[in-house]
Ligand binder design. Structure first.
Ligand SMILES: *Cc1c(COP(=O)(O)O)cnc(C)c1O
Length: 237
């Protein structure tokens, strides 16, 4: 280091806004600690960085630093933001984590590598049709409404087995995983345990569960991917 640079403050010290890169590294470290504490291999848990409603200035440094899996909850917003980066960065993986209307199935199939919110027969039919037309098949997760909240998307726990079986039988879907969003007002652990139980009895391998506030708990309950937004990028606008 030259004498001249020694007296300059580190760039991050002068910043008051959140620093996504620092937060991203901290989240990865906490994920690793949670996995190790649970006796799991840290490499078995992936970070889905939830970039919905975040400014590109917050996303770009994390993308540059090597984050490759991003979650979005709206098809149009995601397409506007990611269509170009997707062609430039072949190993970028985009995941739809928000509810999907059947009339957007074609656009969703064209853009996303993973759709985590398959939750009803009409959407399964629309996706099957879109996949056949596009000659491109996103990997699929079934969303389960573990808290049985009326306003929330997801198949009900009692309907999950039949729905998964029908999706496999009627469309040949390979269901990669299950996803849930526990009720905000309840401890998340029992919901994560329920999702794991439904996955186990249906022979489904992967679990998308855990967000900024509870990803450590989710990893303890077997999450294979966590969806973390605000803890990486800061509060949404
Ligand atoms: C927004 C969102 C997240 C991320 O939430 P944070 O609390 O910001 O980490 C995760 N999953 C889903 C389905 C979301 O819609």
């Amino acid at each position: 280091m030259s004498a001249g640079t020694e007296i300059l403050p580190a760039p991050s010290a002068a910043r008051t806004e959140p620093d996504p890169l620092t937060h991203w590294r901290a989240v990865l470290a906490r994920m690793g600690e949670a996995a190790t504490a649970a006796g799991r291999d840290p490499s078995d848990v992936n970070l889905v960085a939830v970039s919905k409603q975040q400014p590109w200035e917050a996303i770009a440094p994390v993308l540059t630093a090597g984050q490759r899996v991003f979650g979005e909850n709206r098809v149009q917003e995601a397409a506007a933001r990611w269509a170009e980066p997707c062609t430039a960065i072949p190993d970028l993986e985009l995941r739809l984590i928000g509810p999907l209307q059947s009339n957007k199935a074609v656009d969703a199939v064209a853009l996303f590598d993973v759709i985590e919110t398959l939750d009803r027969p009409s959407l399964a039919a629309a996706l099957a049709k879109a996949i056949q037309k596009a000659g491109r098949a996103p990997r699929l997760y079934v969303q389960i409404n573990t808290g049985e909240e009326p306003q929330k998307a997801g198949a009900l726990p009692a309907e999950a087995d039949a729905f998964i079986a029908a999706a496999r039988r009627d469309y040949g879907f390979k269901i990669e995983g299950l996803m849930c969003i526990p009720p905000a007002s309840e401890p998340a652990g029992p919901h994560f345990a329920l999702l794991r139980k439904i996955a186990a009895r249906n022979g489904v391998q992967r679990l998308s569960m855990g967000m900024s506030g509870d990803f450590g708990t989710a990893i303890r309950f077997g999450a294979t991917s966590v969806r973390v937004g605000s803890a990486v990028f800061g509060a949404r606008g």
